[in-house]
Design a protein around this ligand. Structure first.
Ligand SMILES: [Zn+2]
Length: 113
């Protein structure tokens, strides 16, 4: 499962950062997940619950910050909301919309002690 490898990746990054900062406990992991990142948020949350067992971040909560998809029309420069990877500009009808946000998939911060 795609989300399982992402969850394990998040756990690896968090565990690594926690040890770099000399943390004894990780309370929460804040992750940015864009609407166009190709990740099922529900599935990722579930996979995280399973994958964290027995790791240094077993007690941590995964806080997912969902970022909506947006794009910029290359023809008229309109700001276009995007639910999918391609969009037709609502202003001029052109299909040349470049994604400007929504592809994020990263660990943003940790709550540690
Ligand atoms: Zn346009």
């Amino acid at each position: 499962m795609h989300e399982m490898s992402i969850a394990m990746n998040i756990i690896d990054i968090a565990g690594e950062q926690a040890s770099v900062h000399g943390a004894t406990v990780v309370h929460a992991i804040h992750a940015d997940v864009g609407a166009l990142a190709g990740v099922e948020v529900q599935s990722l949350a579930f996979c995280f619950e399973v994958a964290r067992e027995g790791t240094p971040v077993a007690g941590a909560e995964l806080v997912i910050n969902e970022i909506s998809g947006r794009g910029r029309c290359q023809a008229c420069a309109a700001d276009v909301p995007m639910d999918f990877f391609v969009a037709i500009c609502p202003e001029c009808g052109e299909g040349r919309v470049e994604i400007t946000s929504g592809r994020e998939l990263r660990v943003r911060s940790l709550d540690i002690d």
